[in-house]
Ligand binder design. Structure first.
Ligand code: PHE
Length: 455
């Protein structure tokens, strides 16, 4: 049994860089685009509460488990699972977790890149002054025009994918690290500025109340599933992104402290985004449940009205693109690492092939916003909606569940203890969470959503 593997792909230069990279992966469209609109669609406060509970009792324990598995295996998730299975002569089928993750990563990146494309396009809109003095009808029309034009969407989707492939191709230290060092703190600062702006708007109290006052009547079983799915999605859990990043983590870094820092930063960014957006929604009489277009229909109003709005608006969408970028690279890193390890490919062809495949799948999302918008793939969902639903609500929680069972029940306790570096009460709390609370919690929410238990 070896705890002393080294990664073939290199290592982060420090624990701090790992935190930046993993936070870069975690903080993305999930926080700023998805969290607010999901909270809006699912009644606000109650959704937020379930989401926070899932982060604390499921997300954080799974993140610790996922990082520790990655660091112990020191390879792509597929090979890491294979190595840990061999260490303990466990059932070879556990490798499936790695493959499930690779598939989920593709599917997520395919639509993620389309939404990141919206953000790219909005950098140009903001810079050209398109938001200045605009009312909500104009802003909504601007968004609908973009969504309705497959060629524009295709252009931005392609550009974003090229950017992603470019960074991934350059590798761990020169590619991934540089991208996150300065951009994440800048995004954070800008969100604080926007929140400050929202605090002065007339809808602030109403917006804040919507976000914080739980109305459980507004939360369906599917809403609870969505809150759990969002906890996995926002922390980049359950598909191997955090596992592969963990495989580059120096051996002496504390995994629990690191994971807690990442989860805290990620949650703060999501809440800040919500606090910045909902007051604007109510100030301008918009609907909180308007769906995936929410931030693109609200924030431009703020930028259009505030002094220096052209500057702040351009900067905001630019930073949103960067946040999406640092997440997107982690979505294909598991596949790229695998191709490099097993097929002896260079990083460049591996990145091009992985990103190219996700680009092709993304074409489905491009057309489901316009020409194929009436095309029902699954229970009223377009391809775009389906890819999002399937990955966030099913594949990531399932992957997280399997990771929890593997770390909590399959790996030898001594190996887990050694890697996680916790002792005494703290170890027992984490171990209890990952062995019992995570599997039972995910299981109950799954069953509840399928209608097998509860109302
Ligand atoms: N966590 C990212 C976000 O919130 C999305 C993501 C999911 C990235 C899964 C990697 C893996 O935007």
């Amino acid at each position: 049994m070896s705890a002393q593997r080294t990664s073939y792909h290199g290592q982060w230069s420090s624990r701090w860089i790992f935190i930046m990279a993993a936070t870069g992966s975690a903080v993305g469209l999930g926080n700023i685009w998805k969290f607010p609109y999901m909270a809006g669609e699912n009644g606000g406060g109650a959704f937020v509460l379930v989401y926070l509970a899932c982060i604390a009792t499921i997300g954080l324990p799974v993140m610790i488990g996922e990082i520790l598995i990655g660091r112990r295996g020191r390879q792509s998730p597929i090979n890491t699972m294979r190595a840990l299975v061999a260490d303990g002569s466990h059932w070879a089928g556990w490798r499936f977790v790695g493959w499930l993750g690779v598939l989920a990563g593709f599917l997520i990146l395919s639509f993620y890149s389309v939404v990141a494309g919206w953000s790219l396009s909005y950098v140009g809109e903001a810079a050209s002054g398109a938001f200045v003095g605009a009312d909500s009808a104009t802003i909504t029309a601007l968004f609908n025009d973009l969504k309705g034009d497959p060629w524009r969407l295709l252009f931005w989707h392609t550009l974003f994918m090229v950017l992603t492939i470019g960074v991934v191709a350059r590798g761990v230290q020169s590619g991934l690290e540089q991208a996150v060092r300065y951009l994440m703190p800048a995004l954070f600062l800008l969100l604080v500025v926007l929140t400050g702006y929202a605090m002065q708007s007339s809808g602030f109290d109403e917006g804040l109340a919507f976000l914080l006052r739980p109305d459980f009547g507004a939360l369906s079983a599917d809403g609870i599933l969505a809150a759990m799915g969002q906890a996995f999605f926002t922390l980049s859990l359950g598909m191997g992104a955090i596992m592969v990043y963990g495989s580059y983590l120096p051996g002496d870094a504390s995994i629990p402290r690191t994971a807690a820092t990442i989860a805290l930063m990620d949650t703060t960014v999501a809440l800040l985004a919500g606090i910045a957006i909902f007051p604007l929604v109510f100030t301008h009489g918009l609907s909180p449940g308007s769906g995936p277009g929410l931030i693109f229909e609200t924030l431009p109003l703020a930028f259009g009205a505030m002094p220096g709005g052209v500057f702040f608006g351009t900067l905001f969408f630019l930073l949103l693109v960067f946040a999406a970028w640092t997440s997107a690279i982690s979505l294909i890193e598991p596949m790229v690492a695998y191709l490099v390890e097993n097929r002896d490919w260079g990083r460049v062809p591996a990145a091009v092939a992985s990103g190219g495949a996700a680009w092709v799948v993304g074409l489905g999302s491009v057309v489901s916003l316009n020409v194929a918008s009436g095309f029902d793939i699954f229970f009223g969902l377009t391809w775009f909606g389906f890819a999002d639903y399937l990955t966030s609500n099913i594949m990531l929680p399932l992957g997280g569940l399997l990771i929890a069972i593997f770390a909590g029940w399959v790996m030898p306790r001594s190996a887990v203890m050694e890697e996680v570096g916790l002792t005494g009460l703290l170890f027992r709390v984490w171990y209890g969470l990952i062995r019992y609370i995570t599997p039972v919690g995910v299981g109950i929410i799954f069953l509840h959503a399928t209608g097998l238990i509860g109302g």
